[in-house]
Design a protein. Structure first.
Lengths: 56, 450
């Protein structure tokens, strides 16, 4: 992942990243993706419902 | 003095709410811990005078308390530790929990410092300065309810309110050496508090005794239509049964994940609680590391959703460390977040099944005692790791599924550390009874600094 990628992705979300912020945003996103990968590595059945359940 | 002792003295006429409030205001004025951001002297004295004039003074008569500054306090903009929110109009009403504590006779003294938008485990704040640990002012309080931990540990007030999304009551309770209660998700109303991560946000009290925790908790319970997450169940008071002891409670120690990366002092604190409570069984919470990872992902995404408008318009006004994490959270693919929510349900079912054979689970609250303010890395189990995320290593997998927890403080050779007493949903009473047993045995106690 590059600083340019996170800068453009943020622009698509309407957020302007200053050049000096980009490395830290990228490092945070890379950490979050690593965390997400450990969750993805766990095999859930297709029927697994998400939490939470909202009461009507 | 504990809150319950103040209340007894005020009810019996030995002292007055006004005189107690004046003393609390004097301490707030001196505040060596950078705990307060706002002190409400006129309001506090008016409330105290009203209590003194009442014949029915209430269970918390004259007890001074203060709240993390993400609670709405009528007349103050709810800053939530930020610079940006100072431009909001003043709140036009108090948060539900403030109103309930005051209805029980307590007196709001002011609002407390916190990590920006509660995305913090340190108690540091770039706008207001770090809150300081009363046991050593060069050390952090833990966060994000850092001012709440400092105010109670430093004797400024006997009772404070905080919020806990991933550990923000339990971490400062541990590092500052006080008791903290994170109730079941949905137990206490969040109405009138600034949100962070709706899936995990909880509010609760910090205090210097289990009785004060329970009295405050009882005063704040009950349904609230103003918070759609607050459960409609009636209040289930816990204070009256505190001294029932631990007979009939099945208590076990969390092993595996909750032992790895814990300092010797953290492990010794858990062991001391287990010995005192006669808990010999060990129990593993399945996939706790993945639970923490999923909590991390959901936190970043939901936090970003709350703040996206401000990230678009005022990114330079955030604490940079908070802003950069929130922007990254805004870039997380929805499929990953949804997957984390699906994992969350699986994990919740596995952990709830454990409660068929156990009532209270012991685990460290933090891996270590208070690091230095501004400290960036620390040694855990022989590895150098960043301080900020790792302070919540042991709290995140618990709030992730909304379990109630009492954090109890154990004095150490230099600094205190906390232990989590984790119970099944809606069984705060059992965690509080176990905490009270540890307090009565002299194992858990809030030591005065110095």
């Amino acid at each position: 992942m590059t600083d340019e990628f996170v800068t453009e992705a943020a622009q698509a979300m309407g957020v302007e990243i200053r050049p000096e912020w980009a490395p830290e945003v990228r490092a945070n996103l890379e950490l979050m993706l690593r965390m997400a990968e450990t969750v993805l590595a766990f095999d859930l059945p297709d029927e697994a419902e998400p939490a939470p359940v909202f009461r009507a | 003095m504990n809150g319950w002792e103040i209340a007894e003295a005020v009810r019996s006429g030995q002292s007055s709410a006004v005189e107690t409030t004046r003393a609390a205001l004097d301490r707030a004025g001196a505040d060596p811990f950078n705990a307060y951001t706002d002190v409400m002297a006129a309001r506090a004295l008016a409330q105290a005078a009203a209590i003194d004039a009442r014949t029915e003074k209430g269970p918390l008569a004259g007890v001074p308390f203060a709240v993390k500054n993400l609670f709405d306090v009528e007349g103050l903009p709810t800053r939530a530790g930020s610079r940006i929110n100072r431009d909001r109009p003043p709140a036009d009403a108090d948060a539900t929990l403030i109103r309930r504590l005051e209805a029980s006779g307590a007196v709001l003294i002011g609002a407390l410092n916190m990590g920006e938008y509660a995305y913090d485990f340190t108690g540091e704040n770039v706008h207001d300065g770090a809150s300081r640990n009363p046991h050593d002012p060069t050390r952090m309080t833990g966060g994000s309810s850092g001012g709440s931990g400092a105010a109670v540990a430093g004797g400024l007030v006997p009772l404070a309110l905080g919020s806990d999304t991933n550990g923000s009551i339990r971490v400062p309770a541990s590092l500052c050496g006080v008791f903290g209660l994170k109730p079941t998700y949905g137990r206490l109303s969040r109405a009138g508090s600034f949100p962070f991560v709706s899936s995990f946000d909880h509010l609760g009290p910090l205090a210097r005794s289990v009785r004060d925790l329970a009295l405050a908790y009882d005063a704040m319970q009950g349904p609230d239509p103003a918070d759609p997450i607050c459960d409609p169940r009636a209040a289930e008071p816990a204070a009256a049964a505190l001294d029932r002891g631990i007979d009939g409670l099945r208590i076990a120690t969390a092993c595996g994940y909750f032992e790895r990366g814990a300092s010797d002092q953290a492990l010794a604190a858990v062991a001391a609680c287990a010995v005192s409570l006669g808990a010999v069984r060990r129990i593993e919470l399945p996939e706790a590391a993945r639970a923490r990872a999923a909590a991390y992902v959901i936190t970043a995404a939901e936090g970003a959703a709350v703040h996206l408008g401000r990230l678009r318009t005022r990114p330079a006004d955030f604490d940079p460390a908070v802003r950069d994490r929130l922007i990254a959270g805004a870039l997380l693919p929805a499929a990953l977040v949804q997957r984390a929510q699906r994992f969350r349900r699986w994990y919740r079912e596995q952990v709830l099944a454990l409660f068929a054979t156990v009532d209270v689970i012991l685990a460290p609250a933090t891996p270590c005692t208070a690091p230095l303010i501004d400290q960036q890395t620390m040694e855990l189990a022989g590895e150098t790791v960043p301080v900020r995320p790792n302070l919540g290593l042991f709290t995140q997998p618990i709030s992730f599924i909304g379990l109630p927890v009492v954090a109890v403080p154990l004095p150490g050779p230099a600094l205190p550390i906390g232990v989590q007493l984790i119970a099944a949903p809606w069984r705060e009473d059992q965690a509080l009874r176990a905490a009270r047993a540890l307090e009565q045995a002299g194992v858990a106690r809030a030591v005065s600094p110095g």
